[in-house]
Design a protein around this ligand. Structure first.
Ligand code: PMP
Length: 377
């Protein structure tokens, strides 16, 4: 059997990692500024994370959701504390798409409605509802149900007001990334999010903050919506939550009342997943990683803005997009094969940085120097 060929691959085999560095099977060192697409939040092989997961694996790795798993409550309590949402309820699942799927379903259970507002440039995952809310027709199959999804231009308050005044009572939910990731690091303005909050309140629609990529401290605050002082009804999270272990969740406001069997999944909240997620939050707190994301992120954004040959630098904390005037794939390849730095991209010409939240200043400098050389050669 061979692999279903869906990912274009670099001819590199990564066999080891520590912090923001990884090594290939030939011993070559690379600086990892992509963290497997925002997944590596606390750095590769963080000792506290390795210890917690190893200890847990020696005790028990999995038992079904039919028994009490105190680690789940421990995780919920810690997440409530670190995210500042102590009164919310946590549902655990396995991926970002699954988290969004459940959030949209929960909203529809709550208000009995069908229509969902999503935005141009959005990415919410590849399961049925999540992909229907994703602005990329190439990945939507005929079986996916798009007829209830309304796409609006991003950051357009007038369009938002218009749709609510026309059909506000039919709208179940609005799903929005505080900072669009796949869409090219586009930050939602504070006034747009505030407007969205007040319209959702007025029409009893559910505000879903897709925080899969921009959440978990990446922006320098736990949720990027915190910058606007806005409280979402549901936050979805995945990626950085497990630092590589598949774990996802939704943080649900107290007004949503569950019934048994309403949501569920076999692997969600298993012992190992919870151990990984608890370890990540402990490191975020103990090592003050949100503070580091703010400091190093601001430094990078400021220094990048000084480079010529860059059209625009966007982002917050350690979620940064660099709009380039020239062919992006050439820059990305040069960074990888000449300077040994992993970066990401968003179409058409945005170089995307999603490094670990404990990125060091010396590594930020290594990147700035390499990018300057690449752009000026
Ligand atoms: N939402 C956002 C904002 C994402 O960036 C992604 C993944 N790129 C997803 C949802 C889907 O997450 P997953 O791949 O874990 O299903």
């Amino acid at each position: 059997m061979k692999l279903f060929d869906v990912y274009p691959l670099n001819p590199i085999e990564i066999t080891k990692g520590q912090g923001s560095l990884v090594w290939d099977n030939k011993g070559q060192e690379y600086l990892d500024l992509y963290g497997g697409h925002a997944v590596i939040s606390i750095g590769h092989t963080h000792p506290h994370y390795v210890q917690r997961l190893t200890d847990q694996l020696h005790k028990i790795g999995f038992y079904s959701n039919s028994v009490e798993i105190p680690l789940q409550s421990q995780l919920a309590e810690l997440l409530g504390k670190v995210s500042g949402k102590a009164d919310n309820q946590l549902f655990l699942c396995n991926s970002g798409a699954e988290a969004n799927e459940n959030a949209l379903k929960l909203a529809s259970f709550y208000n009995g409605r069908k229509k969902v507002i999503a935005f141009k440039g959005a990415f919410h995952g590849r399961t049925s509802l999540a992909v229907s809310c994703t602005d990329n027709p190439k990945i939507v199959a005929p079986v996916n149900q798009t007829e209830n999804i309304i796409f609006l231009p991003h950051n357009d308050e007038t369009a938002l007001e218009r749709i609510f005044s026309e059909s506000g009572n039919e709208i179940s939910a609005v799903i929005i990334e505080g900072i669009q990731g796949v869409g090219g690091i586009r930050v939602a303005t504070e006034s747009f999010l505030q407007k969205l909050r007040s319209l959702c309140d007025q029409y009893n629609a559910v505000y879903i903050a897709d925080s899969v990529q921009c959440g978990y401290g990446r922006s320098g605050k736990f949720y990027s919506h915190d910058f606007a002082g806005v409280e979402a009804d549901i936050y979805t999270m995945a990626k950085g939550m497990g630092n590589g272990f598949p774990v996802a969740g939704i943080s649900i406001a107290p007004k949503f009342k569950p019934w048994h069997g309403m949501l569920g999944t076999t692997f969600g909240g298993n012992h190992l997943a919870c151990a990984a997620a608890v370890a990540v939050l402990e490191v975020i707190e103990n090592d003050k990683l949100m503070e580091n994301a703010r400091t190093i992120g601001s430094y990078l954004i400021e220094e990048l803005s000084k480079l010529d040959k860059i059209c625009e630098v966007r982002g917050r904390g350690l979620m940064i997009g660099i709009d380039l005037p020239e062919e992006l794939s050439h820059v990305k390849k040069d960074l990888l094969f000449k300077h040994h730095i992993f970066t990401g991209e968003s179409k058409p010409n945005v170089l995307r940085l999603l490094p670990a939240l404990n990125l060091k200043r010396e590594h930020a400098d290594r990147f700035l120097d390499a990018l300057n050389k690449t752009l000026n050669q």
